[in-house]
Design a protein around this ligand. Structure first.
Ligand code: HEM
Length: 139
């Protein structure tokens, strides 16, 4: 039980760092262009991104790895009637999380840029959906 609690806590912290950056980027950093000229906003953004790149991609990888463990502990058996409501919603959440994970690993470890949805708005929207699913999977 302690292992589960520790991995669940690690999952929440890593999601907090990854999702937290996306919220700050989409809601605030993207607005810098309104108060700085093109060159200044580029410089200001890069001054932040050099530190983001050292942490955020790895927090995504930790979120996915810890999520896979949690999934294996909570998914349960598939009954004769097929997936339960919880298993269905958790599977959708896991698929979206794994998609973000694959995208992040490709970018960070293999330098493969996303083919579609290149801006941070896509992972931001997926994180919002994943957080909602993570709460509604228990109703
Ligand atoms: C970036 C991707 C991800 C985000 C933003 C995310 C977010 C979250 C959040 C907010 C919770 C709820 C925590 C709580 O209320 O206690 C959660 C729980 C969970 N996540 Fe993720 N997650 C991600 C990836 C994954 C992946 C890839 C998997 C599985 C393959 C996964 C499996 C789980 C499981 C099983 C739980 C339930 C744990 C529990 O309630 O005991 N997550 N996740």
């Amino acid at each position: 039980m302690i292992t589960y609690t520790v991995l669940h806590t690690i999952h929440i912290f890593s999601v907090f760092i990854y999702g937290g950056f996306l919220f700050v980027d989409i809601l605030f950093l993207s607005k810098m262009k309104q108060s700085l000229d093109e060159d200044e906003s580029k410089k200001a953004r890069e001054a932040i991104m050099i530190h983001v790149r050292k942490v955020v991609p790895y927090s995504l990888m930790v979120a996915v790895a810890s999520g896979i463990y949690l999934f294996m502990q909570t998914f349960g058996q598939i009954g004769a009637d097929g997936f339960t409501y919880f298993q269905t919603v958790l599977s959708i959440k896991a698929f979206l999380g794994l998609w973000l994970g694959l995208r992040g690993v490709n970018q960070k470890l293999f330098g493969i840029q996303p083919w579609v949805f290149k801006s941070h708005f896509f992972p931001f929207s997926l994180v919002v959906i994943i957080i909602l699913l993570s709460q509604f999977m228990y109703i």
